[in-house]
Design a binder for this molecule. Structure first.
Ligand SMILES: [Zn+2]
Length: 325
């Protein structure tokens, strides 16, 4: 018997879901638009409809007895103990608690766990990705912001009230740019895909700096993206190279702090900007080595995450496969 679970990744645009086996392999996937404008209750109905589709799918045939339950990764505030969600970013009219555990228990007779999307992404990477076999795994997602998660012995570390793991908001420069959280110089303001794009954009505005990014941006309504920065850096564009270096160095400064605090076995970097691979991560590795004393003591490998777009729902399924009801 192979145990399986349903994993759901709730995003502002799409709800992704899948049936996942206990080794992390994906048996079936489904995707549905979130229709965020309809508000929280309707969005939860749509999650339920997607779960129903998975239950009716071919992949479910003969597996109902092996089904451990449902895991949901969501943005916003999560009450992990109750299985309730409120205020997910990008879904207006959801400023009240919805207990998804009760709703899906009633509708499907299946136990449901909910957790922060960055946390379940980290759990997925720890259980099934590059973190496999490590006691302490840190994961960072370089997207619009910088998401983070801490996994210890195969379980998400929540802290006292459920808010631990906000690794993107560790301060890497006390006089750095203002962050969305109200602090200044958070890791997120240097190493998120948005921060990378914004820094390059500001640099090419300074007229005398020659850069192919100017032409690339012109073909995209004047907007630089982190992908463009990567492509330009591959062509040795000086502005792009400097932008990647700046992001990588600050990533290394942040990881140096995590290294002394947690002594992780591995740090996994995912999300859009992580596609730059060693071009970005080598700067972080060098910076880490410079800053952490007794480096051999705190040896902290930094690696590109293995799970891609599926990390969210695979990690959510992992939550159902490793938690107890
Ligand atoms: Zn912040």
């Amino acid at each position: 018997m192979t145990r399986v679970a349903i994993g759901i990744d709730l995003g502002g645009t799409d709800i992704k879901g899948g049936l996942v086996a206990e080794d992390g392999s994906i048996i079936q996937t489904y995707i549905k638009s979130t229709e965020a404008h309809l508000g929280g209750r309707k969005v939860v109905d749509r999650i339920g409809d997607l779960i129903q589709e998975i239950l009716d799918s071919e992949g479910m045939q003969g597996r109902r007895d092996d089904l451990q339950g449902i895991g949901i990764g969501s943005p916003g505030l999560i009450d992990q103990e109750k299985g309730a969600i409120t205020r997910p970013v990008n879904i207006p009219d959801w400023d009240y608690w919805i207990n998804v555990r009760e709703i899906f228990q009633d509708r499907f007779g299946l136990f449901t766990w909910a957790d922060n999307d960055a946390n379940v992404g980290a759990l997925g990477e720890a259980l099934f990705g590059k973190g496999k076999g490590h006691k302490v795994v840190l994961a960072l997602t370089l997207g619009t912001g910088v998401g983070g998660g801490i996994v210890v012995n195969g379980e998400i570390f929540h802290g006292a009230c459920g808010f631990a793991g906000e690794l993107g908001h560790i301060m890497v420069n006390p006089s750095g740019p203002v962050c969305g959280c109200g602090n200044e110089g958070c890791l997120e303001t240097y190493a998120s895909a948005s921060a990378i794009a914004k820094y390059a954009q500001d640099r090419i505005r300074v007229e005398h700096i020659p850069s192919i990014l100017k032409d690339m941006a012109r073909q995209n309504d004047g907007q630089v993206t982190s992908k463009m920065v990567y492509e330009a850096a591959l062509k040795e564009d000086p502005v792009a190279l400097q932008t990647v270096e700046r992001a990588g160095i600050h990533l290394g400064i942040g990881i140096a702090t995590f290294a002394v605090a947690f002594n992780p076995g591995i740090v996994c970097i995912g999300g859009g900007a992580s596609k730059m691979g060693d071009m970005l991560l080598d700067h972080a590795r060098k910076e880490l080595e410079k800053r952490v004393f007794f480096h051999s003591h705190f040896a902290t490998p930094i690696t590109q995450a293995a799970l891609g777009n599926e990390a969210g729902f695979v990690g959510a399924a992992g939550l159902a496969l490793t938690s107890r009801s």
